[in-house]
Ligand binder design. Structure first.
Ligand code: SF4
Length: 334
């Protein structure tokens, strides 16, 4: 057991009193409370697994990617109370109805209906014709690729781990094509711990040495965090404009490419939801970024090799999940 001492300010004391009296009356109820309107709040709740299943079963509007508390209220006002109802709605009629609440709601109406339809059907939908080099043209001639994922402590503004998976391309004539179907052979994981006390100059020198060993390998990441952090670090460490442009050209945001080319039957386009839908499984079930951060803080305080090992495993798996998404994108191309 750990004990933490909190100072209850006047405001907090009031919130606590109110929460306790609400809890007392909720415990009297014979039926369960409804799911919260904005289910992003569920991230830290221990009931989440159960509520996710309930939401999916009910076709709760929060299941539709892009719908938070506010949009759900607007849809309820229009008499749309579930995912199947939204999927059956005429997008133009909905756009007109939402226009009174502002252009942003009118403009999003068609997208919400389209997303609900894809989720209701369970089938992914390509956005636009399959043409050109596909969503990942950088991979056409690359000899290999680097998968890249950062673990951060947002409160301390500390990107404490930069993790890479090196994935060489396959020899020509390989039955899988130029890239492995599953990256379980030939890849190597390289974690770079970034201790704040060692300073950013040392981190940048290690990162640029590593990147310099694979000059023509694109750097695949999921979401914008990695690109922002790496470019910011490079700029602060005095990289020239041409070095920054080269680095920018190597960075490939798999999430952005996915959103630009596909609509998926998932309730979120986060890595966990998308890779999970593709059948990817993390080797440490139930672990998320918050747990990883907890291990990091515990390791900083008390040490323990096993904590560090679990952080690396989590980070490596996130990289492999990114590859699962990229590989799926490649597989969809003719
Ligand atoms: S997971 Fe369930 S119980 Fe927890 S906040 Fe969300 S809806 Fe409420």
């Amino acid at each position: 057991m750990q004990r933490e001492r909190l100072t209850l300010s006047h405001g907090l004391q009031g919130q606590l009193d109110e929460a306790l009296s609400r809890l007392a009356s909720d415990l009297e109820r014979r039926d369960p409370l409804p799911l919260v309107a904005d289910r992003r709040k569920c991230v830290l709740c221990g009931w989440r697994g159960l509520c996710d299943r309930e939401a999916a079963q009910q076709g709760h509007l929060s299941e539709v990617s892009g719908i938070g508390g506010k949009r759900r209220e607007l849809l309820l006002e229009q008499g749309i109370a579930s995912l199947p109802q939204l999927a059956a709605t005429d997008p133009e009629r909905l756009a007109e109805a939402l226009a009174v609440h502002g252009d942003q709601h009118r403009d999003i109406a068609a997208e919400l209906v389209a997303q609900a339809r894809v989720q209701a059907s369970g089938r992914p939908e390509r956005l636009g014709p399959a043409a050109g080099d596909g969503p990942l043209p950088e991979l056409a001639t690359a000899p290999g690729l680097l998968l890249y994922d950062i673990e951060s402590d947002p409160d301390a503004r500390d990107d404490f781990l930069h993790g890479f998976v090196m994935l060489p391309g396959l020899p020509s004539g390989h039955p899988d094509g130029p890239w492995p179907r599953r990256p379980d052979a030939g890849w190597r994981y390289q974690p770079l711990l970034a201790m704040q006390e060692h300073g950013q100059a040392r981190l940048w020198s290690r990162l640029s040495r590593l990147l310099g060993r694979y000059p023509a390998w694109p750097l695949l990441h999921y979401g914008e965090t990695e690109a922002i952090a790496l470019l910011r670090l490079a700029r602060r460490q005095g990289a020239t404009e041409s070095e920054l442009q080269q680095l920018k050209a190597r960075l490939v945001d798999v999430h952005a490419r996915l959103r630009a080319h596909w609509r998926l039957p998932v309730n979120s386009y986060g890595l966990k939801a998308v890779a999970g839908w593709l059948g990817f499984r993390w080797s440490q079930p139930g672990v998320d970024g918050a747990r990883c951060l907890l291990w990091w803080r515990q390791w900083r305080r008390d040490g323990g090799v096993s904590r560090l090992r679990r952080i690396f495993t989590y980070n490596r798996d996130d990289n492999l999940a990114t590859w699962a998404v990229a590989r799926w994108l490649l597989d969809q191309e003719p």
